[in-house]
Ligand binder design. Sequence first.
Ligand code: PLP
Length: 439
Amino acid sequence: MTQVQLADITEIRQPVRVDIRDVIPVYRRVVRSGLIEKPIIVDRESMVALKGHELLESLNLLSADKAPVLQVDRSKVRIRSLQPDLRPVTLENVIEAGVEGPKLSSRSFEVYIDEEPPCVKVSLEELGIWGKLRGSTLNVYENTLELLYKSWPTPLVKLASVSSEGRSVWAKLEGFNPYSNSVKDRVGWSMIMTALEEGRLGDILYEATSTNTGIALTAIANILGRKTRLFIPKSIQKVSDTFLKALGAEVVRVPVSLTVEAIEEVDSKAKREGAVHLNQFENDANFKVHLKYTAKEIDEQLRSIGLKPDYIIGGLGTSGHMSAISLYFKSRYGDDVKLIGVQPAPEEVIPGIRRVETGMKWIHWTDFDQIVDVTREEAIEGALTVARREGLLIGLSAGAVFHAFKEIAEENGVYVLVFPDTGYKYAEQFEEYLKKTGR
Ligand code: PLP
């Protein structure tokens, strides 16, 4: 009987496009138990994965260095096509898809192996999922793209003004990302890199954005020699046009109040005009980048000081970052950790976040314990409180997160507040509010 080995994960070739929804149950099981119990079956000669595609994707999303594999000979493998109307899939097709691409649909075939794969017990620790977050310890970067992903993790800082003996409150400062000074740099990078790898990144990108995604996409497009045309709701602060134009984007204001309301129009324009619409609201690269990095960073940062979160609070826009954080932490700690989403109260506008009922994709794939409504004034007050007590000028959605924390906070516990961006883009809103309240 062949032995299970730990292979370098970069040597294993994925021949299929796996739908993230098929990955989630496997991911949940692996993160919950911290153990892998079945190896990935690979073709001995080419290292193309034949079985365990969802496990391979889960391990990639956990940034594992290694994966348990069982190498088998081709003579022991049989393939059954699952799409009778199409040309039958052969073992050669699968191997070619793994070696050269393009990838096959994971639902187009099934693989049978003559020998029953042995059970194993390999821990996630053994696969090297921890301890390699810092890309550059002295902050020296080869180029401005590295400046983004090699500067992660973004800081996690204790907010002394709301912490006490029994309670510690930690802010995850996504404003430390370099381009948009927001959580959206991660999404822009992930969507662009995925499109580039799949050979579908054209010369011009169209996107509906409320500013941050637009800045992130334009910055990365500039680095890669591409252009952007951005569609921004009329409700967004005027200064956004200046930031985006300074970066070289083309800006189109659209008569809608929520960014998501523009996506159909942007989609059909992009099709007509031969542009690529990455679509942060639907593109799973958004959710995945937060699963692979943002969520894991928070866990690893807290673990480094011996803590586990009791509450994680964050805003909902596309729902990308909080859904991924929820999936990761609920898989790992179950209901010991409470996930709190923050949305604007009815009829209120808070840039970057919106109400769940306006339609979000990933939030329905995971659990939230509570959704808290916050008014615009409460969000601004929240931001001002943090600025005046902690010296951090945070954005309005971060202010909303801080307000929600104050609403639900108990005497004890470990709280993580995800602050999506900094306050500098919202000078117009702060100015108006300070004038109105005579401060
Ligand atoms: N806050 C700000 C300032 C944002 O720009 C966004 C997203 O656009 C969010 C919060 C919400 O993040 P997500 O889209 O991951 O739900």
